[in-house]
Design a protein. Structure first.
Length: 150
């Protein structure tokens, strides 16, 4: 199964995205959490850990993750490090611009789902999941590891 960890319930997905989710054995929604902008690093790590444990207990084929960037980064890193496949949605943007009577213009964008794409570490391993695949997880001294320390 594909876990949909986003603010976009699968009931609102188009037919192409639902069909792509079927390749994972269907989709189960796990709403993306509300991430308070005042959260500090420890609170964010605790929230990330709780969500990762919830996801891992569901034993998904993959996780579609989209949302607030810092939480998303931590969640994707944690899940990939734990060997769980994580994907994002790739869409084409069709924009239409119309001129209004008052001379102003209005631009409307329609996002058309194309496919899911695996998150991968930049470190060049080519692997999208698995422990040691270029993880940016913390070091023993509690600081974050940099790619140069890999």
């Amino acid at each position: 199964m594909l876990i949909n960890c986003s603010n976009h319930p699968s009931a609102q997905w188009g037919s192409a995205q639902l069909a792509a989710a079927e390749e994972f054995g269907g989709v189960v929604d796990l709403p993306f959490p509300q991430v308070d902008p005042r959260m500090g690093p420890e609170e964010l790590r605790a929230l990330t850990g709780a969500y990762a444990e919830k996801i891992e207990a569901m034993k998904p084929a993959a996780v579609f993750a989209a949302g607030e960037f810092t939480f998303l980064f931590m969640l994707v890193d944690r899940l990939l490090s734990d060997g769980i496949r994580v994907v994002c949605g790739c869409s084409r943007r069709d924009a239409v611009e119309t001129r209004r009577a008052d001379g102003s213009s209005e631009k409307t964008s329609v996002f058309v789902f194309e496919r899911f794409r695996d998150y991968q570490y930049y470190a060049g391993t080519g692997r999208s999941a698995g422990a040691g695949a270029g993880s940016l997880a913390g070091r023993k001294d509690g600081r974050e590891r940099t790619p140069a320390e890999e």
